[in-house]
Design a protein around this ligand. Structure first.
Ligand code: AMP
Length: 249
């Protein structure tokens, strides 16, 4: 079985995000970029499936400019077999990404498609769901456990207040939650090997998808600065402040 994993290049989660002076977007100049953490979990799960013998090929796909080949190479170093980059420099909304991924899936015919539950830059949490709908495949989102057996995949989902386990017929779409696994680090020899693994480039024209966003980014703002706290002299003063200043009691 082939597993297709979609990965996104995002700002490294350790970096403190800066907003451009004109509030038009996040400032990406000289900022460290990385694999979206939920996509790392998706790669790890696919690679474990290959190691356990339930999958025989892991293909990783990313949509973006030349720079996102860096993240595809990281995925190859983590154990994916082959990479595909869909060349597109424009800002894309989740529906366009899902349409492009659907075309890649039609070409690749995977038994399972794994995505992150959300990209930590725009926090959309939409692409996997839209992709499943476009491909008319069952979906198991927010997965904290994935088990393949007898042509089905059992997905334990993290839902409000508990866990829900669903059985999906294959092919299916799964999106990863944080507790699914702990991704490995790429070893130096694997980073070197990854440089020689195949990486194909497809154009949006070749896939027959018109890149046209139905969504316009109006502005980006940083959260308001937190006010400094104060120290109160007595319980009475605290109660007075909660009553008369904060008006919470
Ligand atoms: P989102 O719906 O934007 O929060 O993204 C959810 C998931 O969709 C990500 O974790 C990726 O697996 C996938 N995805 C989003 N954008 C891209 C992209 N440009 N290229 C490949 N996969 C993507």
């Amino acid at each position: 079985m082939k597993v297709l994993v979609a990965v996104k290049r995002v700002i490294d989660y350790n970096v403190k995000v800066r907003v451009k002076a004109d509030n038009s977007d996040v400032d990406l100049a000289n900022v460290k970029m990385a694999l979206n953490p939920f996509c790392e979990i998706a790669i790890e799960e696919a690679v474990r499936m290959k190691e356990s013998g339930v999958a025989d090929e892991v293909v990783v796909v990313s949509i973006g400019g030349k720079q996102c080949e860096e993240q595809i190479r990281t995925a190859l170093a983590l154990g994916a077999d082959r990479g595909v980059r869909v060349d597109c420099e424009e800002q894309m909304d989740p529906l366009t990404i899902a349409k492009l991924l659907a075309k890649v899936a039609e070409k690749e015919q995977p038994g399972l498609i794994i995505l992150g539950k959300q990209a930590i830059d725009s926090d959309n949490n939409q692409t996997g769901q839209m992709l499943a709908a476009l491909l008319d495949m069952p979906q198991g989102t927010f997965a904290s456990e994935v088990k393949l057996a007898d042509g089905k995949v059992n997905v334990t989902r993290e839902i409000d207040g508990g866990l829900q386990t669903v059985a999906l017929n294959l092919p299916a779409v799964v999106t990863t939650d944080l507790r699914l696994n702990e991704p490995r680090y790429a070893s130096l020899p694997n980073i070197m090997k990854a440089k020689r693994k195949p990486l194909d480039i497809l154009s949006t024209d070749e896939l027959g998808v018109t890149v046209k966003s139905a969504l316009t980014l109006l502005k980006v703002e940083t959260p308001p600065q937190r006010q400094a706290g104060i120290k109160v002299g007595s319980v009475d003063e605290l109660i007075d402040k909660l009553k008369n200043e904060a008006k919470v009691v």
